[in-house]
Design a protein around this ligand. Structure first.
Ligand SMILES: [Zn+2]
Ligand SMILES: [Zn+2]
Length: 346
């Protein structure tokens, strides 16, 4: 799925800052505004400019676009991930022409798409990792090359359908309906002497083990589709795809959304009132935030760069919500101080 070149549309470099992108957008939006440009092509152009800015103007969408060639994960059809993994799964490869290009009849049906879930811990998804996967699939029978016919023999034309894979039936005398041939199941062929190894199916089992590199920042429910990674179809049918879905575990303290991490933390009442420094855990080790005096409960702090660091250099932030901690148990001395405090402020 070729997506538009959003950088080209806005006329900016791939390394442009968000500010440069915003400026380029403003300039173009003015230039192609219908008040200045009443013609139809300008309107079309403006639409594309808006579309490009909708993605590049949002740093999260932009990061997805940079990485996967699309800003929209759910829709992806996961094709965008394909490139990322294509080199890795080249081992599956060489399917490009198999089973295709048979003109004149339907040809063998493609194989099934396989689905697998890859479980990742919160940390693995955050930092990226490499996962070993093992699965079974059907590949073309090596003995007969997938034809299903005993080596030295070849499939013959199906007598029922004459090799068409379809038969035409009359219905009610006036309607004619094409149906898949019941004898050959649409293949157009029949096998006189089946391959002894695959019993005419043209398939054999393969057990595959491979390492899948997981880039930092993948999210629960996202997946990748590896074209041709699934089962081959019977009798030389092309392979289906392999779909890997990520299931990401939860963290006790952190919550992730996109590249950002969210955390709630308690601070003592005295720090909130007087101001001070508070040590806060992050995925990158503990760090310090400066709390201004008079900070209210629920205040949000942004810790820049403490979120996900993607391979292409984008960084998310950590957002910390501070809650003021009210002690349940207090010493006699503490109680006395608080009473004094109340007297002064009361
Ligand atoms: Zn065989
Ligand atoms: Zn047939």
């Amino acid at each position: 799925m070729a997506e538009d070149d959003y950088y080209g549309i806005l006329g900016v470099d791939r390394r442009a800052t968000q500010d440069e992108i915003r400026k380029a957008y403003r300039r173009l939006a003015k230039e192609y505004h219908p008040d200045r440009n009443p013609d139809k092509s300008a309107e079309e152009k403006l639409k594309r400019i808006n579309e490009a800015y909708d993605v590049l103007g949002d740093s999260e969408k932009r990061a997805n676009y940079d990485r996967y060639g699309t800003a929209d994960f759910e829709r992806v059809d996961m094709g965008g991930f394909g490139d990322l993994f294509s080199s890795l799964f080249r081992g599956f490869g060489g399917f490009g022409d198999m089973g295709f290009g048979r003109s004149g009849r339907a040809g063998p049906p493609p194989g099934q798409t396989l689905r697998m879930t890859i479980k990742l811990s919160f940390n693995e998804a955050f930092f990226g990792t490499e996962k070993e996967i093992a699965f079974k699939r059907k590949i073309s029978c090596e003995n007969c090359g997938g034809s299903g016919a005993k080596p030295g023999t070849s499939p013959t034309q199906c007598r029922t359908c004459g090799g068409q894979g379809q038969i035409v039936r009359s219905m009610g005398g006036f309607m004619r309906v094409a149906q898949t041939c019941p004898t050959c199941g649409g293949l157009g062929e029949s096998i006189e002497t089946p391959c002894p190894k695959c019993k005419g199916q043209g398939l054999q089992d393969e057990r595959r083990e491979t390492k899948v590199p997981i880039p930092p920042g993948v999210e629960d429910g996202q997946g990748i589709r590896i074209q041709g990674g699934g089962n081959f179809g019977p009798r030389g049918g092309p392979p289906g795809d392999l779909i890997l879905m990520f299931s990401v575990g939860k963290h006790d303290a952190f919550v992730r959304r996109g590249l950002h991490v969210y955390l709630e933390t308690d601070i003592p009442f005295s720090t909130a009132a007087l101001g001070g420094e508070v040590e806060v855990p992050t995925m990158w080790g503990s760090s310090v935030i400066k709390v201004k005096k008079g900070t209210e409960s629920g205040t949000l702090f942004r810790m820049k760069g403490k979120g996900v660091h993607t391979e292409n250099g984008r960084t998310g932030d950590q957002l910390v919500r501070v809650n003021i901690y009210v002690p349940r148990k207090m010493s006699k001395e503490q109680k006395e101080y608080l009473s004094k405090f109340e007297d002064i402020f009361g």
